[in-house]
Design a binder for this molecule. Structure first.
Ligand SMILES: [Cu+2]
Length: 131
C-alpha cells in the first residue's frame, strides 16, 4: 500500500512540475494587458459617476455615453478631449501617469448649467512611482 502511495506522490510531483513550467497566462498578466473599462454617462448637467478613482499607471478605457444632447469630455492634464454627440458613445483610452485629483469638464456648451457640469478624476499614487 505504501508503495502505491509513494507512486501517487511521485505522479503528483511530476504533474505540478509540468504545471509550473507550462505557459498558462496568469490573471496578473491578463490585468496588465486589458484596460479597465469605466462607463460614464454625460447628461445635463452632470457626469455619472462624477468621481472616477483609478491608480497611477493603470490602463483605463472610458466609455462615455451621452444621456441626452451634445456634450464634451475633457481631462486637460491627460490630453483627453472628446465630443460626445447626442445619444452616442465614445471610447477614450489613456494611462494616467501622474497622481492627484484632476477636473473633468464638459467641453461643449450644452445649455444653462454647462458651467456646473464637472467631474473629478482621482488618481491614486502607485507605491514606488513618481508622484
Ligand atoms: Cu456642457
Amino acid at each position: 500500500m505504501s508503495d502505491t502511495v509513494s507512486r501517487i506522490v511521485r505522479a503528483c510531483l511530476a504533474l505540478s512540475a509540468v504545471a509550473t513550467t507550462s505557459h498558462v497566462p496568469s490573471p496578473a498578466l491578463a490585468q496588465a494587458t486589458e484596460p479597465r473599462v469605466i462607463e460614464i454617462v454625460a447628461k445635463r448637467f452632470e457626469f455619472v459617476p462624477a468621481i472616477i478613482e483609478v491608480t497611477q499607471g493603470e490602463r483605463i478605457r472610458l466609455v462615455v455615453k451621452s444621456g441626452d444632447g451634445l456634450h464634451g469630455f475633457g481631462i486637460k492634464r491627460f490630453d483627453v478631449s472628446k465630443e460626445v454627440a447626442r445619444g452616442e458613445t465614445v471610447t477614450i483610452d489613456f494611462t494616467p501617469d501622474a497622481a492627484g485629483t484632476f477636473p473633468i469638464l464638459c467641453t461643449e456648451f450644452c445649455g444653462n448649467g454647462h458651467e456646473d457640469m464637472k467631474g473629478e478624476l482621482v488618481v491614486k499614487a502607485r507605491p514606488g512611482a513618481q508622484p
